[in-house]
Design a binder for this molecule. Sequence first.
Ligand code: ZN
Length: 427
Amino acid sequence: MTGPVAGKRGPTGRARGATAVDLRERNISAILRVLRETGPVSRSGLASRLGLSRSGMTPIVAEMVDRGLVRESGGQAVTRGRPPIMLTLTADDLCIIGIELRRDRIGYIVEAIDGSYLDGSHDLRTSIPHDPDQAAELVASLVLEAQQRTGRTAVGVGVCLPGEKTAGRFVDSPVLGWHEVPIASLVAEALGKTDTEIVIVDIAAAATLGAPESMGAALPVRAHIQFGPGLGMGLTDLRLDGGLRPESKGIGHVGWPGATARCWCGRTGCLDTILGMHHVAQELCERTGIAPPGEAAQLVTLVAEALDEDAAAVDAWTETLAARVAWTVRLVAQLEHPDVITLGGYVCQLDDRFEAALRSHLTPDNGIPSSMSVLRSTNDDASMLGVAAIAGHSFLSSPLTVLDAVRGGTSGHDAHRRAGESREVVR
Ligand SMILES: [Zn+2]
């Protein structure tokens, strides 16, 4: 995949042929981005940062206050001059929703437009429907649930799923049997809002943007390996397009030396048949003599059960799994030379024994340069966070167009004129 599949886009304010409305939107977009990155900023600080005159700022800020996007504070006279007027992002009636439709879980995360966490939920027992209309209905129901729970209106919806963008708005997902499915349009239709921007991104690609933003500057080229029912790999370079066009690179069907099992793709010996979640769980059960895993069995519960049965066999299984995961990490390291490789999916459920076994394989002797970081998260939310980040930036690039669509062109709602209390929860 070459980037997010965008739904309707507003004017991006390119200089060529830009109208006054475009320029206004571009300035508001720039101010919102600064506020999202740095938090409250003084008017004069913003003006110098954006190269605007202070008088040029006045009508722009007035419109942003009127639309409930920012709040001004400070500026009262004190004994030694006036403190600067500070602008703070508010928009406490708006949210960004990141949804994951995975084969091993369904979930969503809700963020305020400054990127702070508001709410989230995931369900390990459900998986993405193969029928595109049902998948779209599911997304619509999650959007409604998220809006209801937070009392906010979505101005950006991002969905990650095991699929890749083809031409235009279409998505291919061989594993779901999807060929050129216009999933973003189907979701918009299911929501009854054809002008809502729906961003669609592959799971592993989205997860490259799910790591803490603080990691970004030092480690700009990021790869992510998703260990799910199948394997996925995403790559992003934060120096290009602000890093918001992560690519999906399939690695699930790379051949594993000596493997002979038939893969769903029709070939034999694919990495998916060795490291796919079901295979890994089945191997654990065979080695330790516990009952074979059911469809929705979680590795964490199987490992706990297996440890009671035969701890030594669990250790041997852990060592084999760590060696295979390390082989995959080495493959990605050598193919892409990223600064950091993050690992997600079922490996997030494994304990310190796995971590130690994996670390012993990730050495320069094994082809992993010491300059390269390999990070395993203990939660498995990277793809939801990543797709929410992309949807958030998408809103910020055409905020007025989106606001006019969701609010029907009105401004100055009472709801966001309330003195700036907020329900944000620090993640
Ligand atoms: Zn295959």
